[in-house]
Design a protein around this ligand. Structure first.
Ligand SMILES: [Zn+2]
Length: 468
């Protein structure tokens, strides 16, 4: 019997096939009837627990019990929003839908290639969580507060607003506060996993910081088309932030994804990065608890940023909205006509259940949107994260230069405090096209307008605003 025969009989490749081959050799050497081999293997595959104490079949049976179920022959069905998505991102989604634990999926119109699951990928699984379908920056979030600052101050007091951002958060890899911020999340139980326990001090030092990459804090105009919660329709000044769980979240992802990889060494290469943790396992529970703590921690980072900037400016908060992406939720969905509880991973995708408010940011020079979810079941109650990258960071760094970018930003009325070339507006898709492609997923309630305060010191200037 060769590997193909084993696969046909439902034996997963790798260790199980090796043990199967051992069993076949012993069976034949022991004088077993060769013509019965297929029947023998079939019987063990059908019910491995019945054979674990059998001297001849036991090892093979035990390995089968431990082996991951084989990938699906056909991907579970998923719908894609938007046109002309990157081929490789679509392929990543297809592969994720082949996982034996996958039950449903959806691909958002801002999708682009990620590690394992594409950014903009939504994946529902059965009783399993996939660290790389949550993402490295666990619980990355958007938060927007509308402040009672006069609209004219956005221009008149630009320096003052810039100073408030610079004083009350920190940008860059590893950025921290010398005088630590306070938040009740630091009183939570951080010993739920070895990683969170070890990183508690680092997490505290980074509390209220923003980090790097596409993370930002910015002021802009915000136009509500109608009343939102207690905020009247009209144009206001808003503070918008995007960041996640900093170094600690990355450490949680790193630790538990390695455990998941080591449990599923035999997964086919293209599925390796999507190795999962069963929620029945200790590691799965630890990861889940650590992920939830990272959710609270990321929310605390934003809470500190917004609270301190509002205090710095002596401003009152009129509206407060926020949402995670890069997270997994236990939710009930109707799948193949049956309602069931599943684990929904939204990697760079916004929760968009019926009436749920969310923020979908644009690029540095294009507006973001405040939206209300439509609860579209085919999207598993999701929408896009933002505009989505149109090219890789490397390609953007090679293609653009600050002279042209600055000219463009000036035309758009954007004042940039600081950013990397990989984050310039031209590296992103057109947010209006992305929004148009998902009008069955969300209703637009308002547009916050961008001005940028980003990381890493490659470009310094005043803070500012942008108008559309
Ligand atoms: Zn994010």
């Amino acid at each position: 019997m060769n590997a193909k025969d084993f696969l046909r009989l439902g034996v997963p490749l790798g260790e199980a096939t090796r043990r199967g081959t051992d069993f076949v050799s012993k069976f034949i050497l022991g004088g077993g009837d060769k013509s019965r081999l297929h029947e023998e293997v079939k019987a063990i595959v059908a019910n491995p627990s019945a054979f674990v104490d059998d001297p001849l079949r036991g090892e093979f049976a035990k390995t089968l019990l431990k082996a991951p179920p084989p990938p699906r022959a056909e991907p579970v069905k998923y719908r894609q929003w938007g046109e002309g998505l990157e081929h490789d991102a679509v392929m990543q989604m297809e592969k994720a839908c082949l996982l034996p634990v996958s039950v449903a999926g959806a691909l958002m119109p801002d999708a682009h290639v990620g590690y394992g699951l594409p950014i903009g990928g939504v994946l529902a699984t059965e009783n399993a969580v996939i660290p790389y379908a949550v993402g490295v920056d666990i619980a990355c979030r958007m938060k927007m507060t509308v402040l009672d600052i006069p609209v004219r101050d956005l221009e008149r007091k630009q320096d003052r607003l810039t100073r408030a951002i610079e004083a009350e958060t920190r940008f860059g890899v590893g950025a921290n506060f010398k005088h630590r911020r306070e938040h009740e999340v630091m009183d939570a139980d951080w010993s739920i996993s070895g990683v969170t326990k070890q990183n508690k001090d680092r997490a505290w030092s980074q509390l209220g910081t923003s980090g790097s990459g596409n993370h930002f804090v910015e002021f802009g105009l915000f136009t509500a088309h109608s009343k939102i919660n207690d905020l009247e329709a009209g144009t206001h000044v808003a503070l918008l932030s995007h960041s996640g769980s900093r170094g600690t979240g990355a450490a949680v992802c790193d630790h538990y994804s390695k455990i998941a990889f080591s449990q599923f060494k035999d997964l086919p290469n293209e599925l390796k990065r999507l190795a999962w943790l069963s929620l029945d396992s200790q590691e799965g529970q630890e990861y889940w608890n650590a992920m939830e703590l990272m959710g609270r921690y990321a929310a605390a980072n934003h809470a500190c940023i917004h609270r301190h900037i509002a205090e710095n400016l002596g401003a009152q908060v009129l509206l407060d909205l926020e949402n995670h992406h890069n997270f997994a939720w236990k939710e009930k969905h109707v799948i193949d006509g049956v309602e069931r509880e599943v684990v929904v991973h939204r990697k760079g995708a916004t929760p968009a259940g019926q009436g749920i408010l969310g923020i979908i940011p644009g690029s540095m020079a294009s507006p973001g949107f405040v939206v209300s979810g439509k609860g579209n079941p085919e999207s598993l109650d999701s929408a896009s994260h933002g505009a989505g990258r149109a090219m890789s960071r490397k390609a953007a760094n090679e293609k653009f230069n600050w002279k042209d970018v600055n000219r463009f930003l000036k035309q758009q009325g954007v004042t940039l405090i600081s950013a990397g070339l990989d984050e310039v507006p031209m590296a992103y898709k057109n947010i209006r096209e992305v929004m148009a492609a998902q009008n069955d997923l969300v209703t637009v309630l308002a547009r916050p307008v961008r001005s940028e305060a980003c990381e890493d010191g490659t470009q310094r200037g005043a803070s500012g605003r942008l108008t559309v």
